[in-house]
Design a binder for this molecule. Structure first.
Ligand code: HEC
Length: 154
């Protein structure tokens, strides 16, 4: 297994090298995003919810590729509720725009679930997914979490 992995990595090295060759635009690594102060458990909670979003999208795309609209609805519905499980007191400390993007995303997932059942049209779902991902990247471009001392929070 290890040998297989090693040879795979070796086989891919020229491709990886080609991907970072001059010619590709340089990645702007400076981070100007707004920091949101959180406790370490709050950060762990948010990141776990985020991975649920990513996993959920993954499942939705697979369901969509099979044109299984029932499964699209089943996968989307819980994603519309994630923010409601936020740790006590955290919501009041979040910037308004952050909360709005979070709520906007939840609404889109609710609509995706509803329309997947009512309209069962994959092209409608696809454009709604594109809208959902506008929230993902809008928020990621704007905010980052920073663990620090927050009164009364672990
Ligand atoms: C309202 C804001 C917001 C929205 C909307 C949002 N995220 Fe995030 N997400 C964050 C923040 C903040 C982080 C932490 C970034 C950091 O600290 O660098 C994060 C981190 C993540 C991570 C990294 C998780 C980890 O374990 O490190 C993933 C994956 C992720 N988001 C997926 C998504 C997906 C997919 C969507 C859309 C379906 C989404 N997020 C929507 C705010 C948001």
């Amino acid at each position: 297994m290890t040998r297989l992995l090693t040879s795979l990595i070796l086989a891919c090295t020229p491709m990886i090298a080609a991907a970072v060759q001059p010619g590709a635009p340089p990645l702007n690594a400076s981070d100007n995003r707004i920091a949101i102060m959180v406790g370490s458990q709050e950060r762990a909670h948010v990141l776990a919810e985020m991975r649920t979003f990513l996993q959920g999208l993954h499942n939705i795309f697979h369901a969509l590729a099979r044109k299984d609209m029932k499964a699209v609805a089943v996968e989307s519905r819980p994603l519309g509720r994630i923010l409601h499980r936020m740790p006590e007191g955290m919501r009041e400390r979040l910037p308004l725009a952050y909360v709005e993007m979070g709520l906007g995303l939840h609404e889109v997932f609710d609509v995706i679930a509803r329309d997947a059942e009512a309209k069962a049209d994959p092209s409608v779902t696809l454009s709604q997914l594109a809208e959902a991902m506008t929230y993902c990247s809008g928020c990621h471009d704007t905010y980052r979490l920073q663990v620090g001392r927050v009164t009364g929070v672990k």
